[in-house]
Design a protein around this ligand. Structure first.
Ligand code: MN
Length: 166
C-alpha cells in the first residue's frame, strides 16, 4: 500500500506496538517520541494520517491537534487520537480540537485498524477533492457519507413574534 502514518507517542512500548501493528498491515510508519517535533516532522514526512497520543510530556496531544488543524498545510491530514484515562467529555474535547478519529487505551487491535482504515479513506477523499474555498454559498456536497462530527446542533426554539389580534 505504502500509505504513510506518523505515530506520535512518548511511551516506547506503545510506540513499538502501534508501529509494528501498522507495518504488519503494510503501512509505512514514522515514529515521533517527542511531541515538540511533531509538526516539523509532519511537514517533512507528509503522512497520510497521524496517530496521536494525548498524554505526553512537554506538550499534550490535544495542543498538537489544535496546532496541526490551525496549520494550512497540515490541517487536511486526518488525526486519530489515542488516549488512556478517558474521562467523561474527553472524546468530545478531542474531537472539538479537530481530531477525526478516537481510540481509547488499552487499544483493541481490531478497532485500531478499523479506525486507521477509515481515516486513510478520508485522507484519500480529501486528496481527490480539495476543500472548496470558504464561502457561505458553497453547496453542501450531495451524497456524502454521514459523518459523526459531534451532535452540537443546539438550535434554540424559535418563538414567532406575538401577532396581535385586530
Ligand atoms: Mn503518553
Amino acid at each position: 500500500m505504502g500509505q504513510k502514518i506518523q505515530v506520535v507517542e512518548d511511551n516506547e512500548l506503545n510506540l513499538k506496538l502501534f508501529c509494528d501493528l501498522l507495518r504488519a498491515h503494510g503501512y509505512e510508519t514514522e515514529a515521533v517520541r517527542d511531541g515538540r517535533e511533531a509538526l516539523e516532522r509532519a511537514r517533512a514526512f507528509l503522512p497520510d494520517m497521524v496517530v496521536m497520543d494525548i498524554q505526553m510530556p512537554h506538550i499534550s496531544g490535544l495542543e498538537l491537534i489544535e496546532q496541526m488543524k490551525a496549520d494550512e498545510g497540515l490541517a487536511p491530514i486526518p488525526i486519530m487520537a489515542v488516549t488512556a484515562y478517558a474521562a467523561k467529555g474527553d472524546e468530545e474535547r478531542i474531537r472539538d480540537a479537530g481530531a477525526e478519529g478516537y481510540v481509547s487505551k488499552p487499544i483493541s487491535v481490531l478497532k485500531f485498524v478499523e479506525e486507521v482504515r477509515a481515516l486513510l479513506a478520508l485522507a484519500e477523499t480529501r486528496a481527490a477533492k480539495p476543500p472548496a474555498p470558504e464561502t457561505e454559498e458553497a453547496a453542501a456536497p450531495a451524497g456524502e457519507a454521514a459523518s459523526e462530527e459531534g451532535e452540537a446542533e443546539a438550535s434554540p426554539p424559535s418563538h414567532p413574534d406575538e401577532s396581535q389580534d385586530p
